[in-house]
Design a protein around this ligand. Sequence first.
Ligand code: C2E
Ligand code: CA
Ligand code: CA
Ligand code: CA
Length: 280
Amino acid sequence: AKADGKDRCREFDPRLRHEQAERFRTVERLRAGLAAEEFTVHYQPIVRMRGDATAGFEALVRWTPPGQDPIGPDRFIPAAENSGLIVGLGEWVLRRACLDAAPWWHTYGANISVNVSPRQLAEHDFTDVVRGALNAAGLPAAALVLEITEGVLVRSGGHAELTLAHLAALRAEGVRVAIDDFGTGYSSLAYLRDLPIDILKIDKSFMPDDATDAQQAAMVRAVVDLARSLRLVTVAEGVETAQHAELLRTLGCDKGQGWLFGRPGPAAAASDRLASEAAV
Ligand code: C2E
Ligand code: CA
Ligand code: CA
Ligand code: CA
């Protein structure tokens, strides 16, 4: 009864109604955009902290409605998730990324990381969708990293077991699983225990604003040490400065991603990067 009253209030709050209408319009435009092929995938390098060779790329979706500037995923992924459209969009990104990354893997051994939303993992055919994308691109499972967030089990809509079964099946085939944005949720440690993962991506909020701040550095150290004790590969996100990189090298972090190493760019830029690295 209490929930009822709350719902009724929401319905009559004009500000919320406006938000709802806005969200509905966004979803309709996303749906049309998907049909009209207005999406592209950009790639951001993930480099080895020892040396600084490119180990792989993360696929990041972009949306460019005709006549407009590209819109970042933070502005449309939430609407795509709430509406379920993320299932189709996510599959499209996965297939596109595998196709683009096939030559990078075969020529340079660079892998490809793709973000996966909880809604996708709650679909019955997700394992087959991933196998299909790999097969279509001629990529082995070992070339693919799936990035999931701490919320995958909570936000699986009651499909936590199915989610875990997909992850187990794919890992058994050689796909690796990364936990994204680590450290931003409520109960990160419990998720480390419950989720079958191989890689831990340290959220960019952990990168110190001030390189001399011992407390901030101690936090990064704690996460890197924790990951190592669990035998997880560590990837630091938001590496923006040479000081960040130096700290991560000192702490033994495996890989880094951030503006210092390269911004997300089109597939051709990723190909060029690998080719010029190999030429050195
Ligand atoms: P994310 O997975 O944490 O991706 C990293 C985000 O950090 C990207 O933003 C990237 O451009 C940004 N970034 C990279 N280096 C730096 C840096 O040095 N400093 C700072 N401040 N930021 C940096 P982007 O591309 O806007 O993506 C935002 C989020 O959208 C992603 O966060 C991810 O959660 C989501 N997303 C992107 N593509 C997809 C997708 O295909 N499917 C799903 N489900 N989510 C996606
Ligand atoms: Ca990610
Ligand atoms: Ca992240
Ligand atoms: Ca994020």
